[in-house]
Ligand binder design. Structure first.
Ligand code: PLP
Length: 377
């Protein structure tokens, strides 16, 4: 057994250099005794919208709430259909189910782990009320291509960018645009391990639509619009706490540098894993990932995981079973073989450690571990 330990995530390493600033921000909230929404959250909303290049942001208590309110704001309800991916954390499918609508799963591309855009047209019916792509692992869906399909059928798009703060797609010329700002609504999670993580739960929606913005702002606060204790419709308690707004404000200033550090670490992995019997993430000229995760594929996933584990390298499997094959969705009647690419990825994907503070020497150690594993086979 090795004495080296490379954790899969290391939030301590992120916290150490910003400890004082975080504590000052938390103190500010304590001193204000203004614990819910308020100026800390409003400031973060302005800053996050500006960071992304969106007109509006509504801060919420989780990414799941963001997806849920986005669907309600678009009027999605029982009997409707929403197209989404079978290979993801379950939240997007759950949010669709909360509304009574039916998730329609379209298989992914194994090379990108994301929705296969060429298969979306065939899944659109008169009942389709939205398309919900997920920028999984921080790898952007090609939103320029996806929006062409959505516009052709006049179907609104909700982007699940929970894992993709800072990921970008190339639009005209040399202009890059951040994911979450292509569709009608972009949804983000600030779960602590995300590229931008709170010290607790958090989420947000962004939109350019004044109408959607006002609707979601009202929905997050029990349906109260202009006057307190007057409720034009039934809403939710999905508000962000001031502590999270304050913490996120501190971290947002570092997000660009953190995303750049993730990219440079991903490039080191690309280089170190080249020519191995292992599929590494696809890079496209027009997409810039945010590398929430660095995910490789191999048929001997369990063997590689064990081999690296014995060398003190933590890895993870995101996600081991496609959503339609989960017991939670058994009632929909899907069976093995319905989503060949998602099933392959669920069997073969392995996430390696990646975070801004991960040392280059650690990446070299992981790569040499993988080289040794390949040689030992
Ligand atoms: C792709 C994706 N969508 C949605 C969510 C839900 O976010 P939250 O945990 O903040 O509710 C997550 C969180 O893990 C996620 O990874």
């Amino acid at each position: 057994m090795s004495t080296t330990r490379i954790p899969f995530v290391d939030l301590q390493a992120q916290y150490r250099p910003i400890r004082d600033e975080i504590r000052q921000a938390l103190d500010r909230v304590l001193d204000s005794t203004n614990f819910i929404l308020g100026e800390e959250v409003a400031r973060f909303e302005r800053d996050f919208a500006e960071y992304l290049g969106a007109k509006h942001c509504v801060a919420l208590n989780s990414g799941t709430s963001a997806l849920h309110l986005a669907l309600i704001a678009l009027g999605v309800k029982e009997g409707d259909e929403v197209i989404t991916t079978p290979h993801s954390f379950i939240a997007p499918a759950e949010a669709i189910s909360y509304t009574g609508a039916r998730p329609v799963f379209v298989d992914i591309e194994t090379a990108t782990f994301n929705l296969d855009i060429s298969k979306i047209r065939a899944a659109i019916t008169r009942k389709t009320k939205a398309i919900m792509p997920v920028h999984l692992y921080g790898q952007p869906v090609d939103m320029v291509r996806l929006m062409e399909v959505a516009r052709e059928y006049c179907v609104p798009v909700i982007e699940d960018a929970a894992q993709a703060h800072g990921a970008e797609c190339l639009i005209k010329g040399d202009r890059w645009k951040k994911v979450g700002t292509f569709g009608d609504i972009g949804c983000f999670s600030f779960y602590p391990t995300k590229n931008l993580g709170a010290c607790g739960e958090g989420g947000a929606v962004v939109t350019d639509s004044q109408i959607i913005f006002e609707k979601i702002r009202t929905l997050r606060n029990h349906g109260q619009k202009d006057r307190r204790y007057y409720h034009p419709f039934i809403g939710y308690n999905y508000r962000m706490t001031a502590f999270q707004g304050a913490v996120l404000g501190v971290k947002l200033k570092r997000l660009d540098a953190w995303v750049a550090a993730r990219r440079s670490r991903a490039a080191l992995y690309d280089e170190g894993l080249r020519d191995l019997p292992l599929k590494i993430p696809k890079r496209a000229e027009n997409l810039r990932g945010a590398y929430h995760q660095y995910v490789v594929r191999t048929e001997d996933r369990e063997g590689l995981m064990k081999y690296l584990g014995e060398r003190g390298i933590e890895t993870g499997v995101y996600y081991p079973l496609p959503i339609p094959l989960q017991d939670a969705y058994r009632h929909m009647g899907y069976k093995k073989g319905d989503f060949p690419s998602a099933e392959t990825c669920a069997k073969e994907c392995l996430s390696l450690p990646i975070y801004p503070e991960l040392a280059e020497s650690d990446i070299r150690y992981v790569c040499s571990g993988i080289r040794d594993w390949a040689r030992s086979k």
